[in-house]
Design a protein around this ligand. Structure first.
Ligand SMILES: [Zn+2]
Length: 242
């Protein structure tokens, strides 16, 4: 066992202990029920990263070609997953109301996707922690960073990069995370916003792999894969790029 693996094992133990304590405290503090172990009540998915990716691609094909077949039996599923979750893919995407991952990946049901959303699908601390929780604790084997066509947050970053526009409130600092992609794509051939959507998704995926030691280790062990994609608002197609 290499030093990295030893460190990882220690970290996993500490994470599980901390999460267990936190879950117990919440239950005890809120409802005065006995503390429950933090481990999921259902086993993690057995899908490999590539199988999870193929399943998302199949789901998106179904959504594009036969959206009427995407209905889900949510009552039955709600009962199945009420006591635990074992999502088989994590999706970081935009908060845009036209981009709900469960729907555009084929009408997926409760308990299937672990979803992080914010305007511009960037990876701040909360998002990185959420992704780590999904991968390490829930056993989600695939992380998808998905930008989308005509993204408002990306458009705002393009305006800041081109014209120095000042954005109000917390929107400014939020968009700052997209600015490096906007500056890198400024002046390049093609549609500026579309180029930045793609580059921002690529950079966010790279950031997750570079900054999260937990994800890095799981990637090294081939338990997790990170990909990025762009969703087409007009056709409904998710293009997986890298
Ligand atoms: Zn957006």
């Amino acid at each position: 066992m290499c030093q990295s693996c030893i460190d990882q094992a220690r970290r996993q133990f500490l994470t599980r202990s901390a999460l267990g304590l936190a879950a117990g405290a919440l239950v005890l503090g809120g409802l005065e029920r006995p503390a429950r172990a933090a481990a999921p009540a259902v086993p993690p998915t057995t899908l490999t990263p590539d199988e999870a990716l193929a399943k998302l691609k199949d789901g998106n094909k179904r959504y594009v070609e036969a959206p009427q077949l995407c209905e889900a039996d949510m009552l039955k599923r709600r009962q199945e997953v009420a006591q635990g979750q074992a999502p088989w893919a994590t999706v970081l995407t935009c908060a845009d109301s036209r981009v709900p991952p469960e729907l555009l990946f084929g009408g997926l049901n409760l308990g299937e996707l672990f979803v992080c959303r914010n305007a511009g699908n960037t990876a701040d601390v909360a998002t990185l922690g959420t992704i780590e929780y999904g991968a390490e604790h829930l056993g989600s084997p695939l992380i998808v960073v998905m930008g989308h066509e005509r993204c408002g947050a990306v458009k705002a970053a393009c305006e800041v990069a081109e014209k120095g526009t000042k954005l109000p409130g917390f929107i400014g600092p939020m968009v700052d995370a997209i600015l490096p992609a906007a500056r890198a794509e400024k002046g390049k051939p093609g549609d500026f916003v579309a180029n930045v959507v793609r580059e921002n998704a690529r950079r966010t995926a790279a950031k997750i792999g570079a900054e999260s030691e937990i994800v890095k280790h799981l990637e090294h062990e081939k338990k997790v894969k990170i990909v990025y994609a762009v969703y087409d608002l007009d056709t409904g197609v998710v293009e997986f790029i890298g």
